[in-house]
Every structure is written in structure tokens, then in C-alpha cells.
Write a protein that binds this ligand. Structure first.
Ligand SMILES: Nc1nc2c(ncn2[C@@H]2O[C@H](COP(=O)(O)OP(=O)(O)OP(=O)(O)O)[C@@H](O)[C@H]2O)c(=O)[nH]1
Ligand SMILES: [Mg+2]
Length: 331
């Protein structure tokens, strides 16, 4: 073991759409995880092994914590909570207010009764902060998307409000999009990991198989090309995969819930499905570094989000022992 080598598990948690997966990709130096402007992009915990100086950081990116309305939603939350169990360090990501929170500007507002009721705390963060109260692991707070804050002075009361609710090991304002604060954050993380030998061989990036990313990259293309309810109605299964030295030949099915959604995914004369296939194929090709043939089908599978058999086939596993977990309602 070299001197000062460090290694540890670091879980990324937070509300949906705050930039957890974007941060993972920054840390890895490659776009392994899928990201999109829509909420609920990540559905599964994802390991990404990053190297930072002498430290090897085993990140677990997780689905955004939310109040679930479907069996899929419950499984997403339980995947996120499960990732807290094995963590040496938790990175809790939230995002900066783009303008002053409404209550702050109101003269009638006379200050919060309890720290958690501060108008500077994102309402959706309250559940997560309450859940963190029960963990013993150190937590670093990241306020991402500072590029969106019109007035940077707003960050100070926000940092102060969060620090009153929870004793964070560190607080880092960042912009994953503009590459602000990323190095500082990685230093803060690396410095807090246990000293010891590395957990993975130097060339290991993740433990997910290629077909996991095939499903993800098809879904990412849908999420980035379509709007309204369609992206959230979509799941992807692999029908066939054959690999030779030079070529990966795949066929996959995009499941939607309704006929109208199928029409949108296919598009006029198949133009939309072709564009989705093209974007996904490029992502897969750069991952496997060989030529990819990708054939896509679109099928209506009503209620797949509530069908345990379909969810299992799509890889959204039930975490044993976590069925009872509920995000506390913060009251
Ligand atoms: N303006 C701005 N946008 C950002 C920043 N970081 C991420 N984003 C964007 O925010 C959106 C959501 O990013 P993701 O990384 O998918 O968010 P997430 O937290 O993983 O979301 P879930 O997987 O749904 O929980 C994407 O459109 C990103 O490009 C940032 O620093 N500034
Ligand atoms: Mg994500």
C-alpha cells in the first residue's frame, strides 16, 4: 500500500434534478450516467469509481428522493436509501434558488419558528434532511447550480439556513455545468475517506453490465428528445444481444403505457424512433468502443410501473428489508 492511499464509498443523494448524475460524470471524467432536464431521470443506484489524487472514490449515484406514487417510485427511493447504508460519506446535493424564495421578500414574514421552516430551505429537502437525522455517517452539502443564482449573495443565507438544520462536515457551492467547485468538492470528499488500499482495480469504472447502459442510453435519448408525460411512461428491455470482435448487435423494446405515447415515440414515418436510436447508438458505441447495430421496437405495456414481474425484468429490483421504508413527512 502506498502512503496516504484512501478508499471509500460515497453516496450521492438529494431531490430529483439537482445534478447528482452530472456531478458523477464530472468526477469520472466521462458521461457514464444518464442526465436530462426532466425529473426522475435516474431510476437505479449506479456505481462509478473515480480516482482523485491518491484516493479512489466509489460513488453511488442514486434516484432522486421523492414521495412515491407507484411501485417503481418505491423501488427508486429504496435504492437511494439502501446506498446510505454502506456509505463512508454522504454527499447531499441541493440546488441554489434562481431568485429569492417568495417568503423572504414578504414584509409579513418575521422569521421561522424552527430552523427547518426557514424559507431558504428547499421544501423538497425537508424530508431528506429529516431522514439524514437518523444517519451517523458524515454528510457534505453541495449547493449546485450556483450559475443560476441571480445574486450570489443569496448563497450566504441559504448556507446558513442549512447549517442550522444539520451539522454538515462541509458545505460546497458548485456548478457542475460550469465546472465550478468540482475540484474543491472532490478534495473535501477524498480527504475524508478512510486510509487504506483501493477497493477496485485501476481500470474499473462500474459494476453494471453493458446491457444496463444500453437500456439507460435508450431511455436517456427518449428523455432528452421528448416532453410531457411520455419520458416517464417509458422503460426499456433488451430482446437480443450478440457480440463479435468488431460489432455489437442489439435489439431492444421501448415500453410505453398508451397508444398515444407509442405514436409519439415512433413519430411521423418513424422519424422520432430513428432519432432516438441514433442518439442511443452513439452513446453505446463510445462506451463499448466498437460498432453497434441497434434495432428498436415500441410496445404498449400498460401499468408496467406497478407490475413486479415487469419491474424485475427491467432491472428495478426490490431491495430486501427496505419495503417498509417511507420518506418521513418532516412534521
Ligand atoms: N444550470 C445548471 N444546470 C445543471 C447543473 N448541473 C446539472 N444541471 C442540469 O440539471 C439537469 C438535471 O441533472 P441530473 O444530473 O440529471 O440531475 P439528478 O440529480 O441526477 O436527477 P435525478 O436522476 O432525476 O434524481 C440536467 O439538465 C443538467 O444538465 C449546473 O450546475 N447548472
Ligand atoms: Mg440522476
Amino acid at each position: 500500500m502506498r502512503r496516504n492511499m484512501r478508499y471509500g464509498n460515497v453516496s450521492l443523494i438529494g431531490r430529483t434534478n439537482v445534478g447528482k448524475s452530472t456531478f458523477l460524470n464530472r468526477a469520472l471524467g466521462q458521461a457514464l450516467a444518464i442526465t436530462s432536464p426532466l425529473p426522475q431521470t435516474t431510476r437505479d443506484a449506479l456505481l462509478g469509481v473515480a480516482q482523485h489524487g491518491e484516493a479512489q472514490i466509489a460513488f453511488i449515484d442514486t434516484p432522486g428522493l421523492h414521495r412515491p406514487r407507484t411501485e417503481l417510485g418505491k423501488r427508486m427511493n429504496s435504492a437511494a436509501v439502501d446506498a446510505l447504508r454502506s456509505a463512508d460519506l454522504i454527499v447531499f446535493v441541493t440546488d441554489a434558488w434562481d431568485k429569492l424564495p417568495a417568503q423572504v421578500g414578504k414584509s409579513a414574514w418575521t422569521g421561522p419558528a424552527a430552523a427547518i421552516d426557514s424559507p431558504w430551505i428547499r421544501p423538497g429537502d425537508k424530508d431528506v434532511l429529516a431522514a439524514l437525522g437518523a444517519v451517523k455517517t458524515p454528510v457534505i452539502l453541495v449547493i449546485n447550480k450556483v450559475d443560476l443564482a441571480r445574486d450570489k449573495a443569496q448563497l450566504l443565507p441559504m448556507l446558513e439556513a442549512y447549517s442550522k438544520v444539520f451539522e454538515f462536515a462541509a458545505m460546497v457551492p458548485a456548478s457542475m455545468r460550469r465546472d465550478i467547485g468540482v475540484e474543491v468538492l472532490l478534495d473535501e470528499i477524498a480527504g475524508r475517506l478512510p486510509e487504506g488500499p483501493q477497493g477496485y482495480e485501476a481500470d474499473v469504472l462500474t459494476n453494471r453490465p453493458v446491457l444496463f447502459f444500453v437500456r439507460e442510453y435508450v431511455r436517456e435519448a427518449v428523455m432528452n428528445q421528448l416532453r410531457s408525460e411520455v419520458p416517464h411512461a417509458v422503460a426499456v428491455t433488451i430482446e437480443q444481444a450478440d457480440e463479435t470482435e468488431k460489432l455489437l448487435r442489439l435489439s431492444a423494446t421501448i415500453h410505453v403505457e398508451k397508444l398515444g405515447q407509442r405514436k409519439i415515440v415512433v413519430g411521423k414515418a418513424g422519424a422520432q424512433i430513428k432519432a432516438i436510436g441514433m442518439a442511443a447508438r452513439q452513446r453505446i458505441e463510445s462506451l463499448v468502443e466498437k460498432q453497434v447495430h441497434l434495432e428498436l421496437f415500441v410496445r404498449i405495456t400498460d401499468e408496467w410501473k406497478n407490475m413486479p414481474r415487469m419491474l424485475a425484468e427491467m432491472g428495478y429490483e426490490q431491495m430486501p428489508g427496505l419495503e417498509k421504508f417511507e420518506v418521513p413527512d418532516g412534521n
